[in-house]
Every structure is written in C-alpha cells, then in structure tokens.
Ligand binder design. Structure first.
Ligand code: KG4
Ligand code: ZN
Length: 345
C-alpha cells in the first residue's frame, strides 16, 4: 500500500453509528452505517440518551465491520478520524472516545473533523477539479448553513438558521400531518401527489442582505392551517383527504425550497461563485435538487452544481475519512485531549 493513505473515519454525531475506510480521500474501501431510525420513530425525533446508548452498543461492531470489509489490517491504517463537533454531545462522545482509544492503541495519528465540513466534503469528493470559489449549502436535521468554500480545510460560514433547521421543519411538519418518521422522505413522497401552489405558506427571508435562515414561522403556519389560529379548533388532519394532506406537503416543501434556493443564489452572487455545493440529509430531496439546478443553469455565466451522492447525503463516515485526508496531508493532527463539542468551534 505504498504511497496511499488509508484513513478510518468514525461518525456518531446524531442517530447513525458509522465507520468507513477511505483511501487517498476518494476511494471508498468500506462504509458501514447502523441507523437508529427505528429507535427514535415513536418519539418523532432523536432522543439524545437513547442515541448515546445505541452508539455505545454499535460502535465497535460497526468499526470492526468497516475494517473487515476494507480487507485491511489495523497496521495498514494511517490515521483515525472522528467527527467531534457539532452534534449531540452525549452521542459525539462515543465516537470520540472510540477514536482516541484506537489512536492510542494502534499508535496512529488522530484527526478531528467538523461534521458540517464533512457533509460539504461529500459533495466534492468525487470531483477532480472543483471550480472555485464555491457556495456550499448544508441542509440537515440539525443544521442549515451556507459557506464560502475555497478549500476543504477552511470553509467560511456565511449564514445559518436562527431557529429550526430545514430537516427539523420537515420532521415537525410530518408529525403535524401524521406522516411516518423521518419526516423528510415522507413529505417528499406525499408531496408528489399534491399541488405546490395550493396554499401560500410564508417564506421568511429575514431582510434583503441576510444569508441566515428561519423555518419556525412556516412550521407554525402549517400548524395553524391544520388546527386553526387559536389552536382551539379540532385537529383537522385526521379528517382530511389524502389529496388535502398532499397539497399541504407540496406547498410546504415548495416554500422551504424557495427560501433555500433564494439564499443560495444571494450567497453565490455575493462571492461570485462558479460552483454550488449541496450536502446534508435534506439534499436527498428531489424538489430542492431540481430548483437549485434551475438556479445554477439560469445564472450568467451558468454555475456548476455538485450534489453529494444520495448514500452520502445523510450521516456517514466516508465523508469524515475523506475530509481527514486533507488534514492528514497538512499534518493537522489532534491529541488525546480532544473533547466533543455541541457547536462548531
Ligand atoms: O444529515 P442528516 O442525516 O442528519 C443530521 O446531521 O441532521 O439529515 C437528516 C435530515 C432529517 O431531518 C430528514 O428528515 C431529512 O434529513 N431528509 C430529507 C429527505 N431525506 C432526509 N428532507 C427532505 N427530503 C428528503 N428526501
Ligand atoms: Zn449530518
């Protein structure tokens, strides 16, 4: 394996326990993801304590499987990388502790990775030559952020949500509409049978130059639409036809997508972006993909849109190991004092 760099990536920031081995930041030797969706389903959202316990049970089996599938031995691994921020601290700590232990035991360098920067990496990973500067939109269950991207190591935050994340809004609206968890895919599926212009839900743009997002207003608007302004009316959802529910889902999805695309367009214009990057769980949404593509095509000159492959939109460890390669080359290692952090530092 001369000249190649094998990195073991570990990801436990929310509700997936994941490990992967990636060669030279691009070649995926293995990717294992243990999803906890079933455990959190009945609560309609991720319960931190349940997530933490499940990570603890799965972390070593998942890491072992990733190493086995990669058909390499611990000796062949050049570094251990772990997502240490942002996320649920009780969840992150499981991955961070496992990574520190392996780094110490195997005597391999430890690399600390920002989970959101890793999401961003999943959009550029397969591309040989990304035209810079790029604007990156990361939309997940916990985050909605725009970055000025000029290098994998130093994306600069341009704006983020001041309340709910886009994925969180999808999840909460799905709960209001009594659709299965996780909400994003359910809303997308239901919306296919509805009219996107059926209901005019608010699009919060937060002032002319703002690159921040706010999705709590639209969530409340859906709630009022279903329950009445004073919330005293009976929950109408149970009595609604499938068509009515589909119209709400389609109108909500379009309103969220409109805001995401408009803010990305603003950011792209501001920095003169040649490329737009899209990553995070909500990047799996086809309505968002299509609208962003139209925005990029209609710009003069047109912008190139790079979207993370679907299997790497939601949380995974390939993106962690891939980004770690750049830190490895720059010798940006961390030590055993590494602590998880709920926010990006
Ligand atoms: O990136 P991710 O796996 O976890 C976080 O880091 O938060 O994103 C999960 C989020 C959930 O809120 C889920 O509902 C949303 O991504 N999501 C979608 C779709 N697939 C997943 N949202 C809209 N449309 C989808 N197709
Ligand atoms: Zn994520």
């Amino acid at each position: 394996m001369n000249g190649t760099v094998n990195i073991l990536g570990i990801e436990t920031s929310c509700d997936e326990t994941a490990a992967a081995v990636v060669v030279d930041g691009r070649v995926v030797r293995s990717s294992v993801v243990a999803s906890q969706v079933k455990l959190h389903e009945k609560y309609g959202g991720v319960v931190p304590e349940i997530a933490s316990r499940a990570h603890l049970e799965k972390i070593y089996p998942v890491i072992n499987e990733a190493i086995e599938q990669a058909q390499i031995s611990a000796d062949d691994i050049d570094a251990v990388a772990v997502a240490c921020q942002p996320g649920l601290t009780v969840a992150l700590i499981v991955g961070v502790t496992a990574a520190k232990t392996l780094s110490l035991f195997w005597e391999k360098p430890l690399i600390a990775i920002d989970h959101l920067h890793a999401h961003l990496q999943s959009a550029v990973m397969a591309e040989e030559n990304v035209q810079l500067p790029a604007v990156a939109l990361i939309v997940s269950g916990g985050h909605t952020s725009l970055y000025d991207y000029r290098s994998p190591l130093e994306p600069k935050l341009l704006g983020s949500t001041i309340d709910d994340a886009a994925g969180e809004a999808f999840d909460k609206v799905a709960t209001i509409l009594k659709l299965p968890y996780p909400g994003g895919p359910s809303i997308e599926k239901t919306a296919q049978k509805g009219r996107p212009d059926a209901i005019e839900f608010p699009r919060s743009l937060l002032g002319k130059g703002s690159l921040d997002f706010s999705f709590s207003g639209i969530k409340t608007a859906v709630l009022y639409y279903c329950r009445g302004q004073d919330m005293k009316g009976r929950d109408r959802v149970a009595a609604m036809t499938q068509k009515q529910i589909a119209d709400i889902a389609a109108s909500f999805q379009t309103a969220v997508v409109d805001v995401l695309v408009e803010k990305t367009r603003r950011a792209a214009e501001l920095i003169g972006a040649k490329t737009v990057l899209l990553g995070g769980g909500v990047a799996a949404n086809s309505c968002l993909r299509k609208s962003l593509q139209q925005m990029c095509d209609s710009a003069r000159p047109a912008r190139k849109l790079l979207i993370a492959p679907k299997q790497y939109c939601t949380d995974n460890a390939v993106m962690v190991a891939s980004l770690a390669y750049h830190k490895f080359k720059a010798e940006l290692f961390t030590d055993l004092m590494l602590e998880p952090c709920a926010h990006s530092r």
